[in-house]
Design a protein around this ligand. Structure first.
Ligand code: AMP
Length: 459
């Protein structure tokens, strides 16, 4: 099927072909007629299936110019990064249309966003809290809304947005068309649809739990954190040696590696361990980083300035980062389904991908649950001989000994003793690895120039 077969208007068809989109993906083919008919819809689709265009195309096809400029289309997404991404897709698709799209999200000045909204708009994309704040202060009116689209519903509910979503839906006129997209369906989501949706039609891209089959998965059993660091360093130094016959060069693909850790603390820890070797091609991202830092890091990873990005599950969902060659699960995810989301960052649309996981004995249970969900075993690879195995445990791995509290008499502190001026151990460290970092920079080649460069360098 071609996009022409969907009866899209010529403005959308032109924009699609200019952006290199030729044929609709399966979810796009399936969603279009349902949304076009005005029915409510539940789309079960993961990121990477083309679900964003699946809802944007019919929504924009049915948009009609209106003078009042209150928004006709409302799109709810869970994170600021997704707001930016969806607005980006909207801008691409509406290049030849007079559609104004605005993205709003928390953590930034509400007055600036309120002023932008008050100038008039057609499509609003936002995170639930900020949308409500703008609605309550009267800057955003929902009276002209014709379509509400809730994206990544499962993630929204995980993040605790249930009440906000309901409050927003309560403010919206009854007659609107409701659509939602989620990678999984559970009782909570069903309950939400029962309350607000009218006989929704279910459309499914792939059954939840199905990993994309273009992704080659493998697992290393690793003794502890320090050994994981040794192994990841080896993989990052020689990603070609770990492409498992996919021959990433043949795929016209440079190594671009996304590393997932189980917590912010571990993301920072892994970053600190590898920083000396990889210098500026290494980035880290999690929810404690400022919003600007997060947006810039994503942009730099997208445009290839950053080649290795360490992240938490915050970005395993939703975000479309193109051309990731390897996903490395430094730690196994605690939420089983996140494994599918994480590895889905590679192998996008027409590309192959590599997913490598590390698991210690303690993580065996998580591996088992993931395998049960996927109904397949992840092939276990032999630990490479040349990678050193460490026996040194980090604090978090040491067995916890529970002792009775002991009363200790605290001596008054000496005033300004010499010890106060002693440098902390970590501040004494001298980075001697500059030459290696430079070598790696060279190895990972120059970034492909796409869009602005040099913005938001790491501080
Ligand atoms: P999504 O699942 O919406 O995050 O989309 C994943 C990626 O697929 C994005 O980079 C889109 O630009 C791309 N994409 C969406 N639809 C198509 C299509 N019909 N043909 C090729 N690429 C597409």
């Amino acid at each position: 099927m071609k996009f022409q077969d969907l009866n899209l208007n010529k403005f959308l068809l032109n924009a699609l072909s200019e952006n290199g989109y030729e044929n609709p993906t399966p979810i796009q083919e399936k969603v279009f007629p349902v949304m076009n008919s005005g029915k409510d819809l539940i789309g079960i689709a993961q990121t990477g299936t083309g679900k964003t265009l699946a809802y944007l195309l019919p929504a924009l096809q049915q948009w009609k110019f209106s003078k009042d400029r209150d928004p006709q289309i409302l799109i709810l997404v869970p994170t600021r990064e997704l707001v930016v991404q969806v607005v980006g897709e909207l801008k691409k698709l509406t290049e030849y249309m007079n559609v104004v799209s605005v993205g709003v999200y928390g953590g930034t000045n509400i007055n600036t966003q309120a002023a932008e909204v008050e100038q008039g708009l057609d499509v609003i994309v936002g995170t639930p809290g900020r949308l409500l704040d703008l609605a309550y202060r009267g800057s955003l009116r929902f009276k002209s809304i014709k379509k509400v689209i809730i994206d990544e519903v499962d993630e929204m509910l995980n993040l605790g947005f249930r009440t906000q979503i309901k409050n927003i839906l309560d403010l919206i006129p009854d007659k609107v068309q409701h659509s939602m997209f989620s990678a999984t369906l559970d009782e909570e989501i069903e309950a939400l649809t029962h309350e607000f949706f009218k006989s929704p039609e279910k459309v499914e891209a792939a059954p939840p739990g199905t990993p994309v089959d273009k992704i080659s998965q493998s697992l290393f059993k690793v003794k502890n954190f320090n050994t994981k660091i040794n192994l990841i360093r080896d993989i990052l130094m020689n990603p070609e040696a770990y492409d498992f016959g996919l021959n990433i060069d043949d795929e016209n693909m440079e190594a671009k590696i996304l590393v997932f850790t189980s917590s912010k603390k571990f993301a920072d820890k892994v970053f600190e361990e590898l920083e000396g070797d990889f210098d500026e091609i290494l980035g880290v991202m999690h929810s404690n980083k400022s919003q600007n830092y997060r947006l810039n890091t994503i942009e730099n990873f997208q445009n290839g300035e950053v080649k290795i990005l360490i992240a938490t599950d915050l970005i395993s969902r939703g975000l479309d980062i193109s051309e990731v060659s390897h996903v490395i699960n430094f730690d196994m995810p605690e939420i089983t389904e996140n494994y599918i989301h994480r590895i889905g960052r590679t192998g996008r649309i027409d590309k192959k991908g590599i997913a490598i996981s590390f698991a210690t004995d303690k993580e065996e249970g998580q591996v088992q649950q993931i395998e049960d969900l996927m109904q397949m075993k992840i092939p276990v690879l032999e630990f490479p001989d040349h990678v050193p195995v460490s026996n040194t445990l980090i604090f978090e791995e040491e067995p916890k000994i529970h002792m009775k509290p002991v009363e200790v008499k605290i001596e008054p502190l000496e005033e300004k003793g010499a010890a106060f001026h002693e440098k902390k151990e970590k501040n004494k460290k001298v980075n001697k690895k500059i030459t290696k970092a430079e070598k790696m920079k060279k190895k990972y080649k120059k970034p492909k120039t796409r869009g602005q460069k040099k913005r938001g360098k790491r501080k």
